[in-house]
Design a protein around this ligand. Structure first.
Ligand code: ADQ
Length: 470
């Protein structure tokens, strides 16, 4: 029997943003992985999206966009400070990323977090039609599944966490640990990127809630909750078609010319692409590049580092500090090792459009991905998918979710896995990438491309929704 149940997506941000056209305000679809992953399913089943429109204060009225109902929720400027910048990004974000910065616990942030989650849950309950399935996303909204179940007991709900779920010993720090777990247990399916997340969550639930069960099935308040890994991916076809686009290829060739060719030969290009976030290990990779140059086997005539970092969460102090650290490191390395016409580090603090990003992916010889902890890391997957000629190497932190898929085996290696805390090890991996012969780099890249081609973002969404619609 065909399944006609609608899908209601609940996420911090709406899939649209306001633009002004000929003096009139309208809505445009926002770029982003989640929006494109959800679109085919919303088109097929019909449905709604509940989220924040990006403007503090009163929310615009609900409206239709591309056949989907859009339900904006109101968040005041004060709530944004405590719910978003405070509890979400200064408590949960650092804690869930192995506490790489000390998480801050403030009751004055927790209350608004719960309050805003209730606003999302109420808006969802009002949007629901009989038989709808609901998919709630990410750490800002962990209480929503439980709150929604109190409002609509028979609702079918899934929750997916886009960031890591920390080991129980770390999670234990949070004063509101029971409330958070019970919030997530309000869902019928709880998804993580990796099995480590699944194990950590189950251990925490057994320790701090009444949940029982074994394997991936928990029982909580008379309901079954499936807990499983659903590794997210990217739109592989889109990446491949951008990589085939003649304009993009032309741009990549120009970038190579500008960055790499010289009187003394070809310089190899290391590339880093990230949100400017302290979890991404940008500072460590620059220090490793500095170490590489210090050793002297390779000089600025042999290699260059290009770092593109999109500004992020600029109102949070740690992000400001990170920005100056990275600017300082880039300046120091250039001062020490650069020469006229031979910059060692090109650092660009900007967002670049997808065509330009793919041109950089194509132009570079190795992508360096060094998060201290990362749910998945889509940049690594984009780089692999764009590599249609199977050239280039991936240097990848063993603490990124993507390492589960790109780790390879001793007889069939894929990425060069690194510990991002180990600067010497990281510099060694950069040397390995510089010295690697083309045949080996190609074999590794081919294996990674096959892995990413088998599992794109539509399969990810399809498998989660499959579990949810059972
Ligand atoms: P993020 O922490 O944002 O995502 P990531 O998965 O790498 O990290 O995605 C970043 C996205 O932003 C990529 O699509 C990338 O192309 C884009 N991007 C980065 N820098 C850019 C720049 N300078 N200009 C333009 N675009 C840029 C969170 C989790 C991850 C998880 C995803 C999805 O932290 O672990 O993989 O959600 O679940």
């Amino acid at each position: 029997m065909p399944d006609h149940r609608r899908l209601v997506v609940v996420a911090n941000r709406l899939p649209v943003h306001r633009v002004k056209q000929r003096g009139r305000q309208t809505w445009e679809t926002s770029p982003g992985g989640l929006v494109s992953a959800m679109s085919p399913f919303l088109e097929e089943y019909g449905g709604a999206w509940v989220g924040w429109a990006g403007i503090a204060g009163r929310a615009p009225k609900a409206f239709e966009h591309n056949g989907m109902q859009i339900r904006p929720v109101p968040i005041s400027a004060e709530q944004l400070e405590s719910f978003y910048e405070g509890f979400s990004n200064s408590t949960l974000w650092p804690l869930y990323h192995d506490a790489v910065r000390p998480p801050q616990y403030h009751r004055r942030w927790w209350w608004p977090y719960a309050e805003v989650n209730r606003v999302f849950a109420s808006a969802t309950a009002e949007t629901l039609q009989s038989g709808d399935v609901v998919w709630v996303h990410d750490y800002q909204l962990q209480l929503v599944p439980g709150m929604l179940r109190d409002m609509v007991p028979d609702v079918r709900t899934g929750f997916f966490l886009h960031i890591p779920f920390p080991p129980e010993e770390l999670f234990a720090q949070i004063p509101w640990r029971r409330q958070i777990l019970e919030g997530m247990l309000g869902a019928d399916v709880v998804g993580f990127h990796t099995m480590a997340g699944v194990r950590n969550f189950i251990a925490a639930c057994k320790q701090y809630t009444d949940a029982t069960g074994s394997g991936k099935a928990l029982e909580f308040r008379g309901r079954k909750v499936r807990v499983d890994a659903f590794p997210i991916s990217i739109d592989v076809e889109r990446m491949e078609s951008l990589a085939e686009n003649p304009d993009v290829r032309h741009r990549a060739a120009r970038l190579r010319d500008d960055l790499s060719s010289s009187r003394t030969g070809i310089r190899k290009i290391f590339l880093g692409v990230d949100r400017l976030d302290y979890t991404k290990g940008i500072d460590r990779r620059l220090r490793a590049f500095e170490e590489l140059l210090r050793r002297g086997r390779y000089t600025v005539d042999d290699c260059v580092f290009v770092q593109i970092a999109v500004p992020s969460r600029e109102k949070v102090t740690e992000y400001e500090d990170l920005r100056s650290t990275i600017e300082q490191y880039s300046g120091r390395i250039n001062g020490e090792y650069g020469r006229p016409g031979r910059t060692a580090v090109h650092y660009m603090r900007t967002s670049v459009p997808p065509e330009e990003l793919v041109a950089y992916y194509l132009a570079s010889d190795a992508l360096v991905v060094t998060p201290f902890r990362d749910g998945m890391n889509l940049v690594a997957k984009e780089y692999v998918a764009a590599n249609i000629e199977n050239a280039g190497s991936l240097i990848l932190s063993e603490f990124a979710g993507a390492a589960d898929e790109f780790g390879g085996t001793p007889s069939a290696p894929m990425a060069l896995l690194v510990n991002p805390h180990d600067i010497d090890g990281l510099a060694n991996s950069m040397e390995t990438a510089l010295a690697m012969d083309d045949a080996e780099a190609t074999a590794r890249m081919e294996r990674m491309r096959r892995a990413v081609q088998k599992h794109d973002v539509y399969r990810w969404a399809g498998s989660f929704l499959g579990a949810l619609r059972q």
